[in-house]
Design a protein. Structure first.
Length: 74
């Protein structure tokens, strides 16, 4: 199993779906298993959870930076 590919798949789905974002915040393991369609071993699912959290945080930082750039140009 390619963990990086699973992280990318999960981030893409979560980023587009507000309900999945809420579920991931409350129950990340359950949310990811639903997105990926499989139950993963604990060591793998924890890697995926941490990877998704990191990618989503980077996305939020990027969005905030873009908003600030737009604001400062006005």
């Amino acid at each position: 199993m390619d963990v990086k590919e699973q992280i990318k798949k999960a981030v893409d789905r979560i980023a587009r779906d507000k309900n999945l974002q809420e579920q991931f915040q409350k129950e990340p393991v359950k949310a990811l298993e639903g997105i990926l369609g499989v139950e993963l071993p604990e060591n793998v699912i924890n890697q995926v959870v941490e990877g998704v959290k990191a990618k989503l945080a980077v996305g939020r930082i990027s969005d905030t930076a873009d908003a600030l750039k737009g604001f400062l140009k006005k």
